[in-house]
Write a protein that binds this ligand. Structure first.
Ligand code: NDP
Ligand code: 2IT
Length: 450
């Protein structure tokens, strides 16, 4: 006999799967949230009566469009563009754009769904959305990337706006792409406005936005470790990825006295047992952001091992910061991390742990933070960029960093409020899911059946 909670989860997931049987990543994201929410909803029937969950899993709008562009040889290329406008109960849709060949509607919906809860946790007025394309920026010239971005925005512009939907970066979309997208929006709308975040500092961007996701993830890890009287000082840290989030997570770990021993890209990972020091990290910044090269070059330059096609989780560490992509920590990786004594996992990436890995971390009662809490610093500073754009003012680095720090502490407190169990252990998954849900659900009820 199943208990009412398990029945509820099973029935709701059957309902979600029936509509879109192939959207596995979306089902995974919904399932994780429902597992936390089920007991809370059974105790608060008003949310069930108002069909809040059924409404939350149905995007308010999905835009799916063709993106034709010309490559450098004059050949016509065609990609797919998406924007999933998931929920606008507490503010304009907000969330990044991902350019990666693995982009599908399922990936877009999982990211948009996560974003709704994450944005709510930031305490800023932002709804949730996500977009992107199956375009692969790798091995494309700057001019090809520009023509692609211009074509993408030539359709997207009619669906977004500073009070409607405000995209930003994600995998494959950084400062260069945001520049090209912004330029085209301004041109077709004849309007200079805060329609995108992650803009350059000279044209409406915010200080600390590039750093914000990585810094915020480390601030969150620091808060978690505080609850045990621990700090990052002297801790060995494994990081995956070597893009925006990974780079600034590494920088902040070094600043706080930790030792980063791995970074990776889709080709494999480097293991530097001596630690990636600030000079070596500066090389990674240059390698990745200017040369757009491969992490293997680090191993060639500094004479450390490179493991082709592998992920870093078998390297012993105290703290793991997955900062590359979804489902990059599998059950066996999680088991290995635990066996080697890892005590802290903070997700810089979105949904980097498989459900089996998450269950192992929760069972072991280590400090495990899901992405919607730990990586919310990026979108939080995007919210601060929107605020500065509205005021037509720029805050200093210190001011933005202080606000980021405060927001990460507030999210931690929210996780504590909704996730702390009777014995004192904090289930950050429950905390983030319930904490993120309540505000959105109340706003939806207040606004009627829409
Ligand atoms: P970047 O494009 O800057 O970097 C992505 C990194 O992850 C690269 O090192 C990339 O390697 C690696 N990677 C991507 N896909 C895969 C894959 N399928 N297998 C192995 N490695 C992969 O992206 P970000 O740093 O911005 O994003 C990283 C993660 O953080 C994503 O999950 C994103 O959703 C999340 N995130 C990002 C935020 C932001 O503000 N940018 C905010 C919150 C979360 P390679 O270059 O070889 O592809
Ligand atoms: O996943 C994320 O939170 C992001 N990619 C950042 C979104 C944003 O709007 O800054």
């Amino acid at each position: 006999m199943k208990n009412p909670i398990e029945n509820f989860i099973q029935d709701f997931m059957a309902y979600v799967r029936a509509s879109d049987p192939h959207q596995l990543e979306f089902h995974q994201a919904v399932h994780e949230v429902i597992e936390s929410l089920a007991p809370y909803l059974l105790d608060h029937p008003k949310y069930m009566k108002m069909k809040i969950l059924e409404r939350l899993v149905e995007p308010e709008r999905v835009v799916h469009f063709r993106v034709p562009w010309l490559d450098d040889r004059g050949n016509i290329q065609v990609n797919r563009g998406f924007r999933v406008e998931m929920n606008s109960a507490i503010g304009p849709y907000k969330g990044g754009l991902r350019f990666h060949p693995t982009v599908t509607l399922s990936i877009m919906k999982f990211l948009a769904f996560e974003q709704v809860f994450k944005n709510s946790l930031t305490s800023l007025p932002m709804g949730g959305g996500k977009g992107g394309s199956d375009f692969d920026p790798k091995n494309k010239s700057d001019m090809e990337v520009m023509r692609f971005c211009q074509s993408f925005m030539t359709e997207l512009f009619r669906h977004i706006g500073p009070n409607t939907d405000v995209p930003a970066g994600d995998i494959g979309v950084g400062g260069r792409e945001i520049g090209f997208l912004f330029g085209q929006y301004k041109r077709v709308r004849n309007e200079f406005t805060g329609v995108l975040t992650g803009k350059g500092i000279e044209w409406g961007g915010s200080l600390i936005r590039p750093e914000a996701t990585g810094y915020g993830t480390v601030y969150f890890a620091k808060e978690m470790m505080n609850t045990k009287g621990e700090s990052l000082e002297g801790k060995v840290v494994c990081i995956s990825g070597s893009g925006n989030v990974a780079q600034f997570a590494a920088q902040k770990v070094l600043e706080l006295g930790g030792k980063v021993v791995t970074m990776s890209d889709s080709g494999g990972f480097i293991h530097d047992p001596d630690g990636i020091d600030p000079e070596k990290l500066a090389y990674i910044f240059q390698l990745k952001n200017e040369q757009r090269g491969r992490i293997k070059s680090y191993a060639d330059k500094y004479g450390c091992p490179f493991y082709a096609g592998q992920r870093p989780w078998r390297i012993a560490c105290d703290v793991a910061l997955p900062c590359a992509t979804e489902n990059e920590i599998h059950e066996d990786d999680a088991a290995m991390l635990l066996k080697n004594g890892c005590q802290v996992v903070a997700e810089g990436a979105n949904m980097p742990c498989t459900p089996e890995a998450v269950h192992l971390f929760l069972k072991a009662r280590i400090l495990y933070a899901p992405g919607k809490a730990a990586n919310a610093g990026g979108v939080a500073v995007s919210g601060l960029e929107m605020a500065q754009n509205s005021m037509r003012l720029n805050w200093t680095r210190e001011e933005v960093d202080d606000r980021l720090h405060t927001i990460m502490r507030t999210i931690h407190a929210m996780c504590l409020k909704h996730g702390q169990k009777r014995d004192g252990w904090i289930n950050y998954v429950d905390g983030a899911n319930i904490g993120g849900f309540v505000k959105v659900a109340q706003a939806m009820i207040a606004q009627g059946v829409v």
